[in-house]
Design a protein around this ligand. Sequence first.
Ligand code: SF4
Length: 333
Amino acid sequence: MIIGNRPLHAATTLVLDGQDLRGELLHEVITVVAQARGEELADLLGAARRIRLARLGRAVSLCAIVNARSGRCSENCAFCAQSSHFDTGAPCHPFLDHERILDAARTMRAHGARRFGIVLSGLTPSREDFERLRRAVRGVADLGMLPDASCGILSRARFEELRSDGLHLYHHNLETARSFFPEICTTHDYEDDVQAVRDALDAGLGVCSGGIFGLGESWEQRAELALTLRELGVDSVPVNFLSPIPGTPMERRPPLAPEEALKIVALLRFILPSAHLRICGGRKTVFGPTRGLAPLEAGASGLMIGDYLTTSGLDAAADRQGIRDAGWEIEDA
Ligand code: SF4
């Protein structure tokens, strides 16, 4: 590590010592991360990797999802192909047949995914779709996988029903910082999403909540999202990078440069040292077909394999092989 990089050195020591990064030192680290290039960038990524190894070892958690109900969402999230506010041509279908969901789960289990998420577009599912979701959760659990679900904002009673069905993680992204959210969504309040995360935690569920980066948010706002997740006690964090979708307000925004995406992962690792940081949508867009595992060297500890909701992913078998070749261990594979 560059000896002169005092904030990075101090922050690494502090976090490895089990303390939270906060206050003046956090702001100094945000500046270091934002400006890191060349040797400083290598130092930053190396420090994030050390923290990850100290807290989580060499295990890489693999998850996969199925887009169980796609499109026609009432919300206007500016990056999303599934919003009914934008003409994106993304797939639109009602809740998939039960067997099709289980077939998708079996396929991804064969590729090493331990967790399988059932994803529904929209803010709140109808009673009929909720019952279909409950059946799918039970079916995925019966396959010996850990069922997760992304199903909008639910009542406490519904969270408890899902927990009794064997749901492992409720997935609900906050998407971005509270201070930036009005720039990307005006159809519901940030606080509604935060409350949904709190309600799921109160119902005894694990929560997977993160966001999407590259929407125009600042480095301070990236840290702000991480601090909100830390305050909520979220320990599984999906990290998505923008894939600009034609027809959305973000269609002309360029994808993040790979180095910037790696710096985001490193910053999150400093603020959320023990959380599983799962690299999800945008991995292929940002890193291309050959550098898709690079975030593991910057502090990430999980990957979504297979396809994403409306975009294709990287080859799952190649991901698995690459993880092993790089000396990482696939969790419970
Ligand atoms: S991100 Fe979720 S809530 Fe927002 S438009 Fe897309 S499906 Fe709807």
